[in-house]
Design a protein around this ligand. Structure first.
Ligand code: GLN
Length: 229
């Protein structure tokens, strides 16, 4: 399986994401600069965290207009897995690929720590290697991680099982219903504030994020299995 890690000016988790895929997962991965206009040769699209365009005007608000985003939309429409972590999640909401918005943390501070994260839906292509209700240790590092959506959207998210992760301990940022990660209705676009790519080896303090990437690969291999019998 071949992944693209999209790099914007100001991305700073691109190297961690690349490392997670190449060294920990052992899959193919390439950096793709935000100016590129073709993602057709990639099977999975990863939008890493960081401070794209210095977080002006809002986190992700400028990155959403980069050339590459038209291709990210195409990939999502084609059913390819698209994962946005932290700034990546913010970009996906700004682009309209995921509902809702990420607001300033309720305490107005940048928060950087490992939090307990609950797997609410293990029936997605991103979470099939977890069990429902499992609690993971995954780092957060954000200033605008306070997930907000209106009542109608929340009702829809619940009805379609689109809430994938919630904060299991104290809600660190004020997110509606402790939401930490959601998928689109089709289930192939995941946005999450915590950083699974920073939790792929016990040496980093946790390896709980690795199964997320393994889930993507497992689903892809099953979907693209070619019998030579
Ligand atoms: N680690 C990140 O991706 C941070 C995202 C964004 N710059 C924020 O502070 O909310």
């Amino acid at each position: 399986m071949k992944f693209a890690v999209i790099v914007f000016p100001g991305s700073n988790c691109d190297v961690d994401m690349f490392h997670a895929i190449k060294d920990e997962l052992g899959e193919e991965v390439e950096y793709v600069w935000h100016d590129a206009t073709d993602l057709s040769s990639y099977d999975g699209i990863l939008i890493p965290g960081g401070f794209s365009y210095g977080d002006y005007l809002r986190c992700g608000a400028i990155a959403r207009f980069s050339n590459i985003m038209g291709e990210v939309v195409k990939a999502a429409e084609a059913g390819k897995p698209v994962l946005g972590v932290c700034n990546g999640f913010q970009i996906l909401t700004e682009a309209g690929l995921l509902p809702g918005a990420l607001l300033r943390n309720k305490n107005l501070k940048f928060m950087c720590r490992t939090v307990p994260l609950k797997v609410v839906n293990s029936d997605t292509l991103f979470t099939n290697q977890y069990s429902e209700g499992e609690v993971l240790n995954i780092p957060i590092a954000h200033g605008e991680g306070n997930y907000y959506c209106d009542e109608e959207t929340l009702t829809r998210l619940k009805a379609n099982n689109q809430i994938v992760f919630t904060y299991a301990g104290e809600n660190p940022n004020g997110s509606v219903e402790d939401i930490a990660g959601i998928v689109n209705e089709r289930g192939n676009v995941l946005g999450m504030m915590p950083h699974p790519e920073r939790a792929v080896d016990e040496l980093l303090g946790s390896a709980d994020g690795l199964a997320l990437f393994k889930s993507i690969v497992k689903q892809w291999r099953e979907a693209n299995y070619v019998s030579h019998a």
